[in-house]
Ligand binder design. Structure first.
Ligand code: ARG
Length: 264
């Protein structure tokens, strides 16, 4: 089934501040390399038959390429992000405008700190919601009320995996994959209980952002270096596709961060 995604070309990509442990402003970054890698991802997703929409990048917003953080978009309703850090707060206006112009029925900014699909992953039945570094737990209640789906709150504890989508990926068919040590003991128990058959990622795959993956239920696009996870996915009947986004990883983002699913 073709899906629809929103992406943002990294025309102003750079690492000029640090709001997660991956970002080192002293390390050189290349917008050209970032753009070429992003284009590779774009072509892969379009090549799988999906419909990719674009939001215009805004100068001086170097993290805007990470479209996943812009909103949560389910059932034609969009809850637009409220960023934790001031460096990203101006992205909100661009997403509000994009969803309004695209004709979505219900569009508003979240009341509480909410970093969109970075922290909120829809399984089709419920919304898995991360907290600990970025989105606040009050945002979980707001998401439950706004979309009318059950919300399962999960607490992240390792600063390298500061968004839920860096530690867990929804594969579809009721399946997920995640890195257990990124979660509190209590959240690990919740995950084991709800997803007893989940694929558990090893440290080496998590550390190259292997969980920052995009699944359409059959094809799973994930960072190329996550070879262990790719093998596990193949065993389960998925078709893993490696993507090289190492330049964007210098900002702490990869495949999933670059894509916001539009469920309109
Ligand atoms: N530099 C960005 C930040 O720290 C990276 C965002 C990555 N996005 C994601 N969905 N995990 O906010």
């Amino acid at each position: 089934m073709p899906r629809r995604y929103l992406m943002c070309r990294p025309l102003y990509f750079d690492v000029t501040y640090s709001i997660n442990p991956w970002m080192d402003p002293d390390r050189p970054t290349s917008m050209q390399t970032g753009l070429a890698q992003w284009k590779g991802l774009f072509d892969t997703i379009v090549g799988l038959g999906h419909d990719v929409r674009l939001i215009e990048p805004v100068p001086a917003l170097p993290d805007m390429v990470f479209a996943a953080n812009g909103a949560i978009a389910v059932d034609g309703k969009a809850l637009v992000a409220r960023f934790r850090h001031p460096q990203r707060k101006h992205e909100t206006a661009a997403y509000l405008e994009w969803f309004r112009l695209a004709g979505w029925s219900t569009v508003r900014q979240a009341e509480y700190v909410n970093e969109g699909e970075g922290d909120f992953l829809f399984t089709g039945e419920e919304i898995l919601a991360g907290t600990g570094f970025r989105s606040e737990s009050r945002a979980h209640d707001e998401v439950r009320e706004f979309f009318g789906y059950p919300v399962i709150g999960l607490t992240l504890v390792d600063p390298r995996f500061y968004h839920l989508d860096t530690a867990l990926a929804v594969l579809g068919n009721g399946e997920i994959m995640y890195y257990p040590r990124a979660f509190s003991a209590q959240s690990r128990a919740v995950l084991t209980d709800r997803f007893p058959d989940a694929i558990l990622a090893e440290e080496a795959d998590a550390a190259v952002f292997g969980l920052n993956a995009l699944s359409d239920g059959r094809n799973v696009v994930l960072p190329r270096a996550a070879t262990g996870l790719a093998a596990r996915l193949r065993e389960r009947g998925y078709h893993p596709i490696g993507a090289d986004l190492t330049e964007l990883l210098k900002a702490g983002g990869s495949v999933k961060c670059c894509t916001l699913e539009l469920r309109d």
